[in-house]
Design a protein around this ligand. Structure first.
Ligand SMILES: *Cc1c(COP(=O)(O)O)cnc(C)c1O
Length: 374
């Protein structure tokens, strides 16, 4: 009976063969045919014009902010309910995040608060360098009204789609809503390269700029010539080879995550005080993580449920702790905050990996049912 992780890598013979192919061809380098192919295949699968493979999603967010013209002293609007990397990338640029709370129906950035943040900044004379949205737990944010607010203020939109590979909203793919979109292939995401990311945009020039900055900003000369401050942010070829296999298998991995979500709902939703992370009918999420939400009448609290699952060797964790509650961002401005704070207090992320067997799924459901029925 092995440990059940929250969202472990889902690897098969497909990925193994591609990785060995890269190794045997000696393309164990930061460039190579698998990287180029991965970028093309990923862009095609996502229905986005251009993509550049990077060493992480965080690197992608940093580049996205720089390419959007974010400068030191700027403000950047960021949802408070996210992983720290979204906000940290803003600080890498010397800019400051201004946090907005979630809307209850999606847990994503409340469009009214995004508009309010932009109004406030402009009336106080502060420059807003960008608005960043996050497609939390794999559900796309409601980008229509957010885009409107951005256009009204002439502010670029960056979509942190790190958790949302394969998700859609009103038929449109995650990552395509921002001027720039960013994905993560960290080991715990829906698809992984063991660490990596992708920056995407329909603007080919922006992606070429990203590629340049990510490759130490070397000018196309024989000697080493540099005009821009570059970074070593590229994905390496053997990792891209794994990514090619993950793209091939993405549809089946998504189907499994949806099955797992449905199984949790079927088994646990009838129990007192049990709800789940809200899903809006306008989108089709990738169900990266199923988050159980404990109401006041639930038989156990978040810490109790996590301890019960730990006792059967299943990993569960609280929902993201909002940025406005983090010591690191204690000084930052936040608009609202109670929706995400409540979700943090009540939310428990359940094991949701696409490689989880039915037997393991039953082990989690069994333990959770016991804890929630008492
Ligand atoms: C995982 C994640 C990131 C960071 O991606 P890495 O590839 O781990 O650097 C950024 N934002 C969100 C919302 C994430 O979940």
């Amino acid at each position: 009976m092995g440990k059940i992780y929250l969202s472990p890598p889902d690897m098969t013979e497909v990925e193994r063969q591609l990785l060995l192919g890269a190794f045997d061809a000696n393309w164990v380098a930061p460039v190579g045919p698998d990287l180029t192919a991965f970028e093309c295949e990923f862009a095609k699968r996502q229905g986005i014009g251009n993509a550049v493979g990077l060493s992480s999603g965080t690197a992608g967010l940093h580049l996205a902010l720089l390419l959007s013209g974010v400068k030191a002293g700027d403000l950047v609007v960021v949802p408070t309910f996210t992983f720290a990397a979204s906000a940290n990338a803003v600080r890498y640029c010397g800019a400051e995040p201004i946090f907005v709370d979630s809307e209850p129906d999606t847990w994503n950035a409340d469009p009214d608060l995004v508009a309010e943040a932009l109004e406030r900044a402009s009336s106080s004379g502060r420059r807003v360098g960008a608005v960043m949205t996050v497609d939390l737990y794999g559900q796309c944010a409601d980008h229509g009204p957010i885009r409107e607010a951005c256009d009204q203020h002439g502010v670029p939109l960056i979509e942190d789609a790190a958790e949302a590979v394969g998700s859609t909203w009103e038929g449109r793919a995650a990552g395509s809503f921002g001027d720039i979109g960013v994905f993560s292939f960290n080991g715990n995401k829906v698809m992984t390269t063991g660490g990596g990311g992708m920056l995407v945009s329909d603007d080919a020039e922006v992606v070429e700029r990203a590629r340049h900055l990510a490759t130490q900003a070397r000018e196309p000369t024989l000697h080493y010539e540099h005009r821009d401050l570059g970074f070593n942010y590229r994905l390496s070829n053997p990792l891209a080879a794994i990514g090619r296999g993950q793209v091939q298998r993405l549809s089946s991995m998504l189907a499994r995550r949806a099955e797992i979500r449905a199984a949790y709902e079927d088994a646990l939703a009838p129990l007192p005080g049990v709800g789940f992370n809200p899903i809006d009918a306008r989108g089709v999420p990738n169900h990266w993580l199923t988050v159980l939400v404990l109401g006041d009448d639930a038989a156990v609290d978040s810490a109790g449920l996590i301890a019960t699952l730990d006792a059967v060797d299943a990993e569960a964790r609280p929902a993201w702790k909002p940025m406005h509650l983090q010591p690191l961002y204690a000084d930052a401005t936040v608009l609202g905050g109670s929706v995400s704070a409540d979700a943090f207090a009540r939310g428990v992320c359940l094991p949701s990996g696409s490689s989880m067997s039915d037997l393991d799924l039953q082990r989690v459901i069994g333990a959770a049912t016991d804890a929630l029925s008492k």
